[in-house]
Design a protein around this ligand. Structure first.
Ligand code: FES
Ligand code: FES
Length: 163
């Protein structure tokens, strides 16, 4: 086991985990943060996407030890961060996905929403093409993507209102 010091959703945590474990495994099996989904486990599906210093990262391809010294955001961190910034209600991206019905089984949603969040942080007024490009690494086996695109566009509108 190796003792890791991680910053997850604004909290500094100490966690012991096998040295070969990925960040995905540490999040799910040591910290209980199961919002980060384990799909292909080899970098193909995007279900395990988290934010590392605000950028999307496949947590199945990153060792837990490599996450030390970086700010990690999982889907569980979006609402608290939104509220801490004075926001009311749900995080704008989560709210938009909810309003647009942009899910069926929901397995892809955490990764989709975090990729959308990262895009909107960098580019609050993305085009449809920008969104398709930003979400191109997140696969959905259910929805057909139309509502997901609509949700990201709606979230962009709401983000603009907040800015
Ligand atoms: S579980 Fe990481 S990309 Fe599929
Ligand atoms: S809603 Fe089922 S994988 Fe996207």
């Amino acid at each position: 086991m190796r003792l890791l010091e991680l910053e997850i959703n604004g909290d500094r945590l100490h966690v012991a985990a096998p040295p070969h474990w990925t960040l995905l495994e540490v999040l799910r099996y040591e910290l209980g943060l199961t919002g980060t989904k384990q799909g292909c486990d080899k970098g193909d599906c995007g279900a395990c996407t988290v934010l590392v210093d605000g950028k999307p990262q496949l947590s199945c391809l990153m060792l837990g030890s490599a996450a030390q010294g970086h700010a990690i955001t999982t889907i569980e961190g979006l609402l608290p961060a939104h509220r801490a910034q004075g926001g009311a209600g749900a995080d704008p991206v989560q709210d938009a996905f909810d309003r647009c019905g942009a899910l069926q089984c929901g397995f892809c949603q955490p990764g989709m929403m975090l990729s959308a969040k990262a895009l909107l942080s960098e580019n609050p007024t993305p085009t449809s093409t920008d969104i398709k490009h930003a979400l191109s690494g997140n696969l959905c086996r259910c929805t057909g993507y139309t509502q997901i695109l609509e949700a990201a566009l709606l979230a962009a509108t709401k983000t603009e209102e907040v800015l």
